[in-house]
Ligand binder design. Sequence first.
Ligand code: IMP
Ligand code: MG
Length: 189
Amino acid sequence: MNYRLKYPYEFIGEILITQEQIEERVAEIGEQITQDYQNSEKLLLLGLLRGSVMFMTDLMRSVRRPMTMDFMLVSSYSGTDSTGFVRIDSDHKSSIAGWDVIIVDDIIDTGFTLHTVRKLLLDRKPRSLKVCTLLDKVARHKVDIQIDYCGFEIPDHFVVGYGLDIDEKGRNLPYIASVDLDKYHQLYG
Ligand code: IMP
Ligand code: MG
């Protein structure tokens, strides 16, 4: 494969999870959700923008149950650092009272984002509330959170691709790759 095609960003380190591995795992999670929600007529997948977009659109295609989707825009990050302060920039539109809600996130790092969003949503009285994340950086957790569906556990590298970004760059890569932080800082300061 052409080098530029394979690595459209100069700061890409290595590919950690390929497009094929993602496809396979997302289909498995969709199947698991399909089985787990056989008795639910009100299933809502609630994605956290913007990182979960690609994951959400692939995942919902492998959920074979009636479902709806909605999004919230939350932010806690600046560059590669979690600020620990979670901001709800845009809330979901649909009421979740009585719904079986699955929060869909791209990656769990410190866990602050999920912890905050979960607490907020529980106050809105869903019938059930579960967490689904594509990636989990287990070694970085600072708060205890239960993850019900997880795509891949990854080591403590900053990663981009499949929706994930570094300062908005890298989201369009179809795979998950580590960022060469030295290179990144050379390029962008
Ligand atoms: P937490 O609140 O520390 O768990 O951070 C979760 C959010 O930080 C994720 O939803 C991502 O938007 C962002 N994040 C954490 N680690 C990474 C990474 O390695 N690459 C890209 N975004 C990340
Ligand atoms: Mg995010």
